[in-house]
Design a protein around this ligand. Structure first.
Ligand code: TYM
Length: 331
């Protein structure tokens, strides 16, 4: 079987962008692939410097994967930090990564541009972890001989960089030492819009958290900004933020019915938001319950992650042994 791998960075609470863009497609893929799914905790350290906060987010992402249906008996499920082979591979990859490649990484470029716009030093607030982020991510991927990486669109460049780095190594040693990974994007969920219509992102503060309590969920949905069309006016579902989100959660029949009501007029934004809340809550409520039970049992969560880490290390140590030999580090 082919290998599917993906990770989530615990820099905040999971949101429905993570769920539809990555978690759901990844779990679907796990039926036909050998799956390795993990929590990219050392990636989060680049931005989360409060120890309690980081620990909380790690637990939340772990519980989130499980609440969404990940079966740790079938999927190798672990924390990046529990697989030290990742960091050895990252060191090897560094030697084959052009500095210029890192200069072109979107996240780094965006940070530089933001500094320039504020008239600050271009490198202000940028740590080496952010700068070399794609190398560590390449290590995550290449360590497991990954064939496909299910991700949202924002991660495509990172997977392409992993390809570049792997090719550089294969070329140098004239051997297929590393498997060249492919990003796997489901077009319909490649970019999930947030409450304001921009890409849903922790950094835009426009997310619908996956496990928000019901009351907060309703409040967030009611906060979606709409235009000033009156109740009577017909509305266009194709340009409507509420409808875009509705589509993710509703059946085809429900989508058609709501589209028809939009076009007929007589439906106000308040009612549309209520319809959205109903379908969102229908899908999220059972997951939320599982999530809360998992969070309430940190020892159980740790045990699951520990067992996963052992399986992950068993695989990873083989890749490292192969590479050490090939590069001449093992005498
Ligand atoms: P992260 O933690 O930012 O996001 C996790 C996953 O959620 C997807 N995603 C979205 N998809 C669609 N629409 C959105 N609005 C949206 N927001 C987030 C992301 O594309 C991602 O798939 N660098 C990665 C973590 C990582 C990783 C890896 C992923 C580290 N190592 C190895 C794959 C393989 C990241 O920051 O994702």
């Amino acid at each position: 079987r082919k290998i599917s791998l993906t990770g989530i960075k615990p820099t905040g609470s999971l949101h429905i962008g993570n769920y539809f863009g990555a978690i759901k497609p990844a779990l679907e893929l796990a039926k036909d692939y050998d799956a390795r799914y993990f929590i990219a905790d050392y990636h989060a350290l680049n931005s989360v410097k409060d120890s309690k906060e980081l620990a909380t987010y790690i637990r939340e992402v772990a519980a989130g994967w499980l609440a969404a249906g990940l079966d740790p008996e079938k999927v190798v499920f672990y924390r990046q930090s529990s697989v030290p082979e990742t960091f050895e591979l990252s060191t090897i990859l560094m030697a084959f990564t052009a500095k210029g490649l890192m200069n072109r990484a979107h996240a780094y470029k965006a940070a530089v541009q933001a500094n320039n716009e504020k008239g600050e030093d271009p490198d202000a607030g940028i740590n080496m972890g952010l700068y070399t982020y794609p190398v560590l991510m390449a290590a995550d991927i290449l360590l497991f001989d990954t064939d496909v990486v299910p991700v949202g669109k924002d991660q495509v460049q990172h997977v392409e960089m992993a390809q570049d780095i792997a090719q550089a190594i294969n070329f140098n040693y004239k051997k297929d030492l590393l498997v060249i990974p492919q990003a796997l994007i489901q077009e319909s969920v490649a970019v999930i819009p947030g409450l304001d219509g921009r890409k849903m992102s922790k950094s835009y503060n426009n997310t619908i958290p996956l496990f928000a309590p019901e009351k907060q969920l309703r409040k967030l949905i009611m906060r979606i900004v709409t235009n000033s069309q009156t109740v009577e006016e017909p509305k266009n579902p194709d340009t409507c933020q509420i409808f875009a989100l509705y589509k993710l959660f509703a059946t085809k029949e429900e989508q058609d019915a709501l589209a028809q009501r939009y076009r007929a007029g007589g439906m106000g934004w308040g009612e549309a938001k209520e319809a959205l809340f109903q379908v969102v809550n229908r899908e999220l409520a059972p997951m939320r319950e599982r999530f809360e039970a998992l969070i309430a049992d940190p020892a159980g969560l740790n045990k699951t992650l520990q067992e996963g880490a052992e399986k992950a290390r068993a695989i990873a140590s083989k890749t490292i042994a192969r590479l050490r030999k090939a590069i001449g580090i093992d005498l």
